[in-house]
Every structure is written in structure tokens, then in C-alpha cells.
Design a protein around this ligand. Structure first.
Ligand SMILES: C[S@@+](CC[C@H](N)C(=O)[O-])C[C@H]1O[C@@H](n2cnc3c(N)ncnc32)[C@H](O)[C@@H]1O
Length: 435
């Protein structure tokens, strides 16, 4: 046969690269393919790429008789990638005869193999016995195996809210009070996007907590509530950076708190999915000068760089649905209008100058809010900032044809916000009155 010539290695010595070239070129294989034995022989090659493409081609034959060959090969092959291709070949047969082998593979030490076996077995999930085997993996130590099993068998969560609407009582609403108390009055699944910068731990006069632990607990509770009021699959962009508490005397050193890192693991536990971390890069002169002392003494260990970055952690409320499910809920013209214009950020380092405000000591630059709001919401959406401060998130929301919901504890800032926006305002008692 022609194919015989295409592999072209019988009785001849060929270089690995020639063999590989032939293996990659083989394309579709027909049932009459005669060189199966050559492919099986090549499974003994020292070259892992040759072994990979041999399996890849054997899989195209969809021949149940190869099951034993695959099983023996899996037992001796050490490369994860080649073993994965083999397990995938077994699954792709979609043959009941492969079920005992796939069931055996569920006990493999490599999660990639287990996942391929799960995929293969899912074809037969209507068979009670196989369903039971798969369900028994519910608490498998590997998180991806767990996720697949949960989506397939245990996802009973009901999210009722639609994405192209939100409660009217939150439309352009600013509420004065403690965010945790205020959110008690807000319905589940109300907001599309949250962008916020929490108060600093004892770094400014408006934020006094009696310990770092109580500060973290406050943030966790807040973001648990934010999670509850966020629509399924939507985003929270959290801006924090490590802070320094200056030393209390010459005998003591200053303490640096890695806030983004300390918040993170709890965010995952409460159901946020980590998506990205964006670095907000500021010009060096805008940072506190920490390197000056080192500049004079140059002694190792006492090196302290100027901190010119802040982190924007991008989280998504966990969902088993793909982003497409959200796109489909918006009218086409809204999706079209919301498309992001040329000149968008292509890397996760955003160079933006800080802003200042005569009334507030830590404000977001509007340019930063514009980017976050445009990249992570649609026109007409409701954007929330639990720590509104000077209201930059609200201003940017309006500028970008979105709506805002802001909460702010400080009465003076609230008064300034009222003057600035002067629209549909609620105080802490009235929130929810229009429900
Ligand atoms: C870092 S500032 C946010 C500044 C804001 N991003 C801006 O652009 O103006 C944090 C704000 O959170 C407010 N805040 C602190 N604790 C709060 C709480 N429990 N509830 C609501 N707001 C709070 C503070 O008064 C402060 O204005």
C-alpha cells in the first residue's frame, strides 16, 4: 500500500527526524492500514516524540484489539505527555470494552491520566454502574477531577438572576454607613462588577483596626457579602498593596504587611476564582523614598526598594458556565457598543500616574477606573464600589454609560459625594426603600 511507503521505514534505517516527519504527515488512517505493526514497534523508540506520534496514529485506527497494547505501554511509559495521549486514545475508542481499563486508570498517580479516564467513562455515564464509579470521585484529592465530577453530577446550584438587568433601587445609589451592614439589605446577585480599594490597615486616620487579624476578618466578611450580591460568573477587581507600619521606637523595626497575599487564599475559599493579577505601575518619584538610607550605606540585607506598584487582583464569581453564556444574555447592540476600542492594554502591567484629590488622600485615577470598567462590564451594567471614598468608580461608571452603586462610611466623604453626584441618593436607613 501507499501508506506503507509513507511511513517508509520497513527494512531501512531512517533518522528520528525523518520518522517523525512521516508520522506527523500520516493524516487520516483507513481500516485497511497495513503498517500497524510498524507503529507498535515504534512505541519502543528512545525518542518520546516518536512514541507520542505513534500512539497518536494508532488511536486513529480505533481498534479495540489494541487495548492490551495500550495497557502494556502505559505500564512502562514514563513521560506524562505520552501516557496522556495513550489514555486519551483509549477513551476516544468510545468502546464498552475499554471500560475496565479506564476504571483501572482512575487509580493512576498522574491526574492527567485520571482526567482522560474520566472523560472516556463519561461517555457511558447513563450506565448506573459507571455513574456510581464516577460519583465516588466527588472528593478526589485533585481539584480538577473534583470540578469535573461536580459539574457532571452534583451541580444543583440555582442562580436566578439575569445579566441584562439589576434591581432598580441600586441604580446610581450612594449609601452612607458600614458596608457590611448596608449589604445586608441588598439582594443576592444584584451587581455586575465590583472595583474597589479597601481602607489601608491603620495607614490612614479613617481606618483603625485593633489588630491585623481583625482587619483581615473585616475584609473577608466584606468580600463574602460582595460575592453574594455579585451575579454568577461576574468580576471583582481588588486593588491592594503591601503596607508598612512604621517602627514604634529605635529598638524596633517597622512591619510590612503583604495584604494582597494574605487576602487571597480566603477569597478562593469563599468562592471567588482567581483570574489574573494586574500590576499598576506608577512613576518612581510618586513613591515614598525608601532607598535613600541604603543609597548612603550600601549594606546588604538593609536593601529597601521604592515600591512603585499596586496590585489589581482579578477574581470571578465561580461558575460552571463559560463566558459565552453571559454574552448571550445581552442584546446584540449592547455587546457591540461595549466592544473595547483600540489602544487597550495588552500586558498585565498598566503604567498610570496616580491622582490626587483635595478632599481624599487615596483616590483612584479615573483612567484606571475607565480601563477596569470597560474591560470587565457591559454598557448599562451596575458597577459597585463598597469603599467609595471620593467616588471615582461612580464618575467613571457614568462616563462609560454604566450605573453605579457606592457605599461609604465617612460622613464628610458622603457629603462630598452627595454634592458631586446629587442624584438618586439613599442614606443607610433608606436603602432598599424602592424595592
Ligand atoms: C482607599 S479609600 C477608597 C478611595 C476610592 N477608591 C477613591 O477613588 O476615592 C477607602 C475608603 O473606604 C471607606 N471605608 C472604610 N471602612 C468602611 C466601611 N466599613 N464601610 C464603607 N466604607 C468604608 C473609607 O472612609 C475610605 O474613604
Amino acid at each position: 500500500m501507499k501508506i506503507h511507503k509513507e511511513i517508509g521505514i520497513r527494512n531501512q534505517k531512517f533518522s528520528d527526524s525523518d520518522i517523525l516527519k512521516s508520522l506527523k504527515k500520516l493524516g487520516k488512517l483507513h481500516k485497511q492500514f497495513k503498517d500497524e505493526d510498524i507503529l507498535i514497534d515504534l512505541l519502543n523508540s528512545d525518542n518520546k516524540n516518536i512514541r507520542y506520534y505513534s500512539i497518536n496514529n494508532l488511536a486513529k485506527l480505533n481498534n479495540e484489539k489494541l487495548l492490551k497494547t495500550f495497557e502494556n505501554f502505559l505500564n512502562k511509559e514514563e513521560t506524562s505527555n505520552v501516557r496522556r495521549e495513550t489514555a486519551s486514545a483509549i477513551g476516544r475508542m468510545r468502546s464498552k470494552k475499554a471500560v475496565p481499563l479506564m476504571t483501572k486508570l482512575l487509580k493512576d498517580k498522574d491526574p492527567n491520566i485520571i482526567l482522560q479516564a474520566v472523560r472516556g467513562l463519561l461517555v457511558f455515564k447513563s450506565d448506573n454502574k459507571i455513574e456510581k464509579i464516577l460519583k465516588s470521585l466527588k472528593n478526589h484529592p485533585n481539584e480538577i477531577v473534583q470540578k469535573v465530577i461536580n459539574i457532571e453530577f452534583f451541580d444543583n446550584r440555582k442562580y436566578s438572576s439575569k445579566h441584562n438587568e439589576f434591581p432598580n433601587y441600586l441604580k446610581n445609589c450612594i449609601a452612607n454607613g458600614d458596608v457590611i451592614k448596608l449589604l445586608e439589605k441588598v439582594d443576592d446577585e444584584s451587581v455586575h462588577l465590583t472595583f474597589t480599594s479597601p481602607p489601608y490597615y491603620n495607614a490612614r486616620d479613617y481606618s483603625i483596626y485593633n489588630s491585623y487579624n481583625s482587619y483581615l476578618k473585616f475584609l473577608w466578611k466584606t468580600f463574602e457579602e460582595v460575592h453574594r450580591i455579585t451575579k454568577e460568573g461576574r468580576f471583582l477587581i481588588l486593588n491592594t498593596s503591601p503596607i508598612i507600619i512604621p517602627r514604634t521606637g529605635r529598638k524596633y523595626s517597622s512591619i510590612r504587611y503583604p495584604i494582597p497575599f494574605d487576602i487571597h487564599s480566603e477569597m478562593i475559599k469563599m468562592g471567588w476564582e482567581y483570574v489574573d493579577d494586574i500590576v499598576w505601575l506608577k512613576p518612581e518619584p510618586s513613591a515614598k523614598n525608601r532607598v535613600a538610607g541604603f543609597n548612603l550605606h550600601r549594606k546588604p540585607l538593609a536593601y529597601k526598594p521604592n515600591c512603585v506598584t499596586e496590585t489589581l487582583m482579578v477574581y470571578r464569581k465561580k461558575s460552571n458556565k463559560l463566558i459565552d453564556w453571559i454574552f448571550k444574555q445581552y442584546p446584540e447592540d449592547v455587546v457591540k457598543k461595549s466592544k473595547i476600542k483600540d489602544g487597550y492594554e495588552t500586558s498585565n502591567v498598566w503604567k498610570i500616574d496616580p491622582s490626587s484629590d483635595k478632599n481624599h488622600s487615596a483616590v483612584f485615577p479615573i483612567k484606571l477606573c475607565d480601563k477596569v470598567i470597560n474591560y470587565y462590564s457591559f454598557e448599562g451594567d451596575l458597577v459597585f464600589d463598597p469603599f467609595a471614598g471620593s467616588g471615582s468608580v461612580g464618575l467613571s461608571a457614568i462616563k462609560n454609560n454604566r450605573h453605579f452603586f457606592l457605599t461609604e462610611i465617612n460622613k464628610d466623604y458622603f457629603k462630598i459625594l452627595k454634592d458631586k453626584f446629587g442624584s438618586n441618593l439613599f442614606d443607610d436607613l433608606k436603602i432598599g426603600i424602592n424595592k
